[in-house]
Design a protein around this ligand. Structure first.
Ligand code: BES
Ligand code: MN
Ligand code: ZN
Length: 490
């Protein structure tokens, strides 16, 4: 799929289909424009109530009288006052899926301004992903779309390049998250990341089990010991060229990559356990973001740490009640082996600190409790530093990813007290997403840190009008936006 810019108008654009965005109850100027482009057909659709601009609705006008293109695809955007960058990405996605189904080879898309160019390209691209890579027959989707031209001036080239890079990173993250546990154990995840790094021009170091042992990452090793698959930690390093001013910022991105989470000895119920192949979506998001960061070359250095294990109940598995010593030296009583994400992240956060990172963000499918709190709509955001969190929330808003701040005051840390070790790995039943974050906080301090719990957002449970059911690639665009702005004083 190729993306181009063109200064053509909607009337002059030559493509199999031109995509136009229409608000519910368009103002008279907009209504006149669509009428002029379609010889009055658009107005007729409105008058008959066949198309009202309702959010995610579509209408096609073939051979529009006032246009070069063979088809005008109208996408309803809902009421103008409720419109947002999230919704523009969705609407571009609705267009992408409609065109992919119609067999169009080329599309031209309306976009006004830098933010719109990014939203349109990112939304359109995201919609074209299908998770059917293991279908062998004719059912497997074979996209016909070859190019999309964004109708915007050439001054938007930077926005287009940024969007394409972010979209490719997001696609890579989804491909990784979609892989089943048998095909993508930690070793293979590391190979995929290192192949990407070689292509993208990133330094990549894989810490194997021996090295992990030397580093005394007892919490991560405790999780890994129940599986026949050895653990691996992927370390990706982006360093800016020359002497750009990074403002003293060295960004550390940490992503949970449990390639399959059975729960270990505290085993999960079998219903829907298959879903736990996406328990590496945080790591995948970080890897995808690093691919885009390598292409976009922000001024601040970025180090990514992706701890990867398989959480299995093998004969050597850790037991509830085991005590492990983390790389930081702190000890943990493992009361529940299914709370494994925080154990591997603890050691990865310590490692990121020792690499000289000044600011940390982690992304993890960490708790079912965050899904109880926020459903499938928003990722949960936790922090020990309000200013750093504000930077992340701004990046998320600009990237069109919905994220919601959650509390994390000291009272939650008290819920993790253990009579035998420095802390337990689980607290009481309620507030589980917050106690999980409170656990991580011990290992992020004293650095400013934000934790993203993406358990509810990393997987679309249902097909969307703008996306296939399956991995969402959430987090990639926010992390890329954050990296691009990290060096700027807040
Ligand atoms: N990977 C799960 C969290 C999860 C749940 C992700 C649902 C995606 C969808 C995590 O490792 C886990 O098992 N968490 C436990 C924690 C509990 C034992 C304190 C949970 O949420 O039940
Ligand atoms: Mn678990
Ligand atoms: Zn897990």
């Amino acid at each position: 799929m190729k993306y181009f810019l063109s200064g053509d108008s909607l009337a002059d654009a030559s493509a199999d289909a031109v995509v136009g965005f229409v608000f519910e109850e368009p103002n008279s100027a907009a209504a006149e424009l669509w009428d002029a482009l379609t010889g009055g057909l658009a107005g007729e659709l409105f008058a008959r109530g066949e198309f009202k601009g309702k959010l995610h609705s579509t209408a096609r006008i073939h051979r529009p009288a006032g246009m070069q293109a063979g088809q005008l695809l109208l996408i309803g955007c809902g009421p103008q006052e409720k419109f947002s960058s999230v919704l523009l990405r969705e609407c571009a996605g609705v267009a992408g899926r409609a065109l992919r189904a119609s067999g169009a080879r080329s599309a031209a898309i309306q976009a006004r301004g830098e933010d719109a160019v990014r939203a349109v390209v990112e939304g359109f691209s995201a919609a074209l992903y299908e998770p059917d890579c293991y279908k062998t027959g004719s059912e497997r989707s074979s996209p016909t779309l070859e190019s999309a031209t964004v109708l915007a001036p050439s001054a938007q080239r930077g926005a287009l390049e940024r969007a394409v890079a972010a979209a490719e990173g997001q696609r890579f993250a989804r491909e990784l998250a979609n892989e089943p546990g048998n095909i993508l154990p930690p070793r293979v995840l590391a190979e995929r990341a290192s192949a990407m790094a070689a292509q993208a021009g990133l330094a990549c170091e894989i810490l194997d089990e021996g090295r992990i042992r030397e580093l005394k990452m007892g919490a991560l090793l405790g999780v890994a010991q129940g599986s026949a698959e050895p653990p691996a930690i992927v370390v990706l390093r982006y360093r800016p060229r020359g002497t750009q001013d990074a403002g003293g910022v060295h960004l550390g991105l940490v992503g949970k990559a449990v390639t399959f989470d059975t729960g270990g000895i505290s085993i999960k119920p079998s219903a829907e356990m298959d879903r736990m192949k996406y328990d590496m979506a945080g790591g995948a998001a970080v890897i995808g973001a690093m691919q885009a960061i390598a292409a976009l070359r922000p001024p601040a250095p970025v180090t990514a740490v992706i701890p990867s294990v398989e959480n299995m109940p093998g004969g050597g598995a850790q037991r509830p009640g085991d005590v492990v010593t983390t790389m930081s030296g702190k000890t943990v009583e493992v009361l529940n082996t299914d709370a494994e994400g925080r154990l591997i992240l603890a050691d990865a956060l310590t490692y990121a600190q020792r690499q000289g990172c000044t600011h940390l963000v982690d992304a993890a499918t960490l708790t079912g409790a965050v899904v109880v709190a926020l459903g499938y709509e928003n990722s949960g955001v936790f922090t020990n530093d309000a200013a750093w969190q504000e930077r992340l929330l701004q990046a998320a808003a600009a990237a069109g990813e919905k994220m919601w701040p959650m509390p994390l005051d000291d009272a939650y840390a008290a819920l993790l007290e253990s009579p035998i070790a420095d802390m337990a790995n689980v607290g009481p039943r309620w507030g589980g997403a917050v106690t999980a974050a409170a656990f991580l906080k011990h290992f992020a301090a004293p650095l400013p840190w934000v934790h993203l719990d993406i358990a509810g957002t990393a997987w679309y449970e249902e097909q969307k009008p703008y996306a296939a059911k399956g991995p969402s690639g959430v987090g990639v665009r926010t992390l890329v936006a954050l990296a691009l702005n990290a060096a700027q004083p807040s």
